[in-house]
Design a protein around this ligand. Structure first.
Ligand code: AP5
Ligand code: MG
Length: 205
């Protein structure tokens, strides 16, 4: 069966990489605030014809629309704190396994804690949609701060103020960076130098 699938793929040419379901890219962008998860995640997703799922963007949309979830998330987000694991797990599982799911995705901002990663893995294994690869975007802290302060002056994201940027980086170190060892243990972590231009980082990925 595998051989036949491979032959079909070869006959169809490179376009089939984005067709079908089972072989679609399932990737996670991991990295501190400002490392480029959104910028690179969206490019990677477009290239592979899969959705880019940013929990930060999903949550900001809920806040903007004033939904029940948005009202719960708003305060934590504006302070740079994480929102409760069970809330984010529910919204991501709906996107990844719900009726509109396409079998592939680029996740950005989820999982962000070890409990989220374990819950996601258990569920993904049951549905045969575990991650193929985790890209760890590596960049020194001073560059993150510069990027986010610059963005804060343009975008008005409520968490791009100097104090909140500092706190978001601390939260990353304490709660999210343990995922580096978790994904190394699963042998799917690929470290990327995220200090170059957007095109250079995309090329490395
Ligand atoms: P989220 O939206 O995920 O924010 P973040 O992790 O703080 O990261 P950013 O979105 O700020 O940065 P990024 O890595 O995407 O970089 P970007 O491409 O934008 O989360 C926000 C909040 O939501 C959290 O604090 C939490 O409250 C909540 N939340 C989200 N997920 C959660 C979860 N799973 N559990 C609990 N709570 C959750 O780039 C940054 C800037 O740099 C941009 O201006 C960009 O143009 C620029 N840039 C990018 N690449 C380059 C480059 N190569 N050179 C120069 N500039 C660049
Ligand atoms: Mg982002």
């Amino acid at each position: 069966r595998h051989l036949r699938l491979r032959e079909v793929r070869r006959a169809r040419g490179p376009a089939s990489r984005t067709g079908g379901g089972a072989d679609r890219l399932r990737a996670l962008m991991l990295g501190p605030p400002g490392s480029g998860k959104g910028t690179q995640g969206s490019r990677l997703a477009t290239r592979h014809g899969v959705p880019h799922l940013s929990t930060g963007e999903l949550l900001r949309a809920h806040v903007g629309q004033g939904t029940a979830l948005g009202r719960v998330a708003e305060e934590a987000m504006s302070h740079g704190d994480l929102i409760a694991d069970d809330l984010v797990i529910a919204i991501v599982l709906e996107e990844v396994l719900g009726p509109n799911a396409v079998g592939g995705f680029v996740l950005d901002g989820f999982p962000r804690t070890v409990p989220q990663a374990i819950a996601a893995y258990e569920m993904a294994r049951r549905h045969d949609v575990t991650l193929h690869v985790v890209f760890l975007l590596e960049i020194p802290e001073d560059q993150l701060v510069t990027r986010l302060k610059d963005r804060g002056q343009l975008s008005g994201r409520s968490d791009d103020t100097p104090e909140t940027i500092r706190h978001r980086i601390d939260v990353y170190v304490e709660q999210t960076s343990p995922l580096i060892d978790y994904y190394k243990g699963r042998d799917i972590l690929v470290a990327i130098d995220a200090t170059g231009t957007i095109d250079e980082v995309a090329a490395s990925i």
